[in-house]
Design a protein around this ligand. Structure first.
Ligand code: PBG
Length: 338
């Protein structure tokens, strides 16, 4: 060891490794923690009873009939998971150009909400507000004569859908459609109809991402969408400052919580939103991120538990309050046996 000619000291002036030398110290100084309180489990809902279907591009994820979803809610609540979000897999014959199935009180999402809330009242149920599971073309909105996703007529449909979710007992409605003005329209309708307690989780910064592929397989909208894309309404992946404008608008329109989606490629956006607004900020680790990690786990190239925990901790460090992740149930189990 050389001595510093000025100070005469024979050691590094600071040793960050002191705080890393044993697990007890690492635990004491750790800045961020992942807790079961942060987890939201997405589930895919199908018709029928006592039925599940595997989703090939999402190993370990199953579509579930409503009775199974309600049983799953009980399991998740038992693990301490506070919330789940529902994605209905609409049969093709229920899809239409006007997406009317989206606000059918007997629709899959509406029935699933009622089943969960009657069996596990403490489970917060989040519903997705967007038309893609219900349109024949797989777009999130309604088309005009030119085939363009028309903003303002779509708003009326989204309002009907959100209202029907609130009526069914959804705790939180989550518009994921990216139409302009939808949060204001939904908030006004909920207030007018006596649902002032229904929270809005706005997918405020939702990018036109290639990472949604497995989800579209899971809900069966991929075939409908075909070679179409959602770039006239979902955000351009090159933009960061625009996310702040989107979040600002959604908050001004009455959103209670905002979400950034996808997750891992957009951690910078989570951080910027957290610092700029400091409001409840959620992250969505999307289907493609789940598929990608699982592919590596299956190959034996990455270690499952360690990588999942590290990826989710990354969301917390970036500034996320809660995380929608298909790993939620599994992670809750790991957190319990730590
Ligand atoms: C529907 C919706 C999508 C996702 C959540 N809600 C797909 C899309 O916008 O095409 C994607 C979730 C995921 O990939 O896990 N509007």
């Amino acid at each position: 060891m050389k001595h510093d000619p000025v100070t005469g000291l024979g050691y590094p002036a600071t040793r960050p490794r002191r705080l890393r030398r044993d697990e007890a110290t690492r635990r004491l100084v750790r800045e961020n923690q992942l807790s079961v309180d942060d987890l939201i489990q997405p589930v895919f809902v199908i018709e029928g009873t006592d039925r599940t279907e595997a989703v090939p591009s999402m190993p370990g994820v199953e579509r579930m009939s409503i009775d199974r979803v309600a049983a799953e809610a009980e399991t998740l609540a038992g693990l301490g998971i506070p919330a789940m979000t529902l994605f209905p897999v609409t049969p093709d014959e229920a899809k239409s150009d006007d997406a009317a199935e989206a606000w059918n009180p007997q629709g899959l999402a509406q029935r699933a909400v009622r089943a969960i809330k009657s069996r596990v009242p403490e489970m917060a149920v989040i519903t997705d507000v967007a038309l893609d599971p219900f349109t024949r073309h797989g777009q999130d909105g309604l088309l005009d004569e030119a085939g363009y996703v028309a903003n303002d007529i779509t708003l009326e449909a989204l309002v009907r859908q959100a209202r029907s979710h609130a009526e069914a007992g959804a705790d939180i409605v989550a518009p994921s459609d990216m139409m302009d003005g939808r949060v204001a329209a939904i908030r006004a309708a909920l207030e007018a109809d006596g649902y002032s307690e229904t929270r809005i989780l706005a997918y405020a910064a939702k990018y036109a991402s290639a990472f949604y592929g497995p989800f579209r397989d899971a809900v069966g909208s991929a075939g409908n969408l075909g070679s179409g894309d959602k770039r006239t309404y979902q955000m351009d992946p090159g933009n960061g400052a625009e996310a702040l404008r989107e979040v600002g608008m959604d908050l001004a329109e009455g959103a209670d919580m905002v979400m950034i989606k996808p997750g891992m490629p957009y951690l910078d956006v989570i951080r910027r939103v957290r610092e700029h607004f400091d409001v409840p900020t959620f992250a969505y680790q999307v289907s493609g991120e789940y598929a990608m990690l699982n592919a590596a786990f299956e190959q034996g190239w990455l270690e499952r538990r360690a990588c999942v925990m590290e990826a989710l901790l990354g969301f917390k460090r970036a500034g996320a309050d809660a995380i929608l992740t298909y790993f939620a149930r599994e992670v809750a189990g790991w957190l319990a046996d730590r």
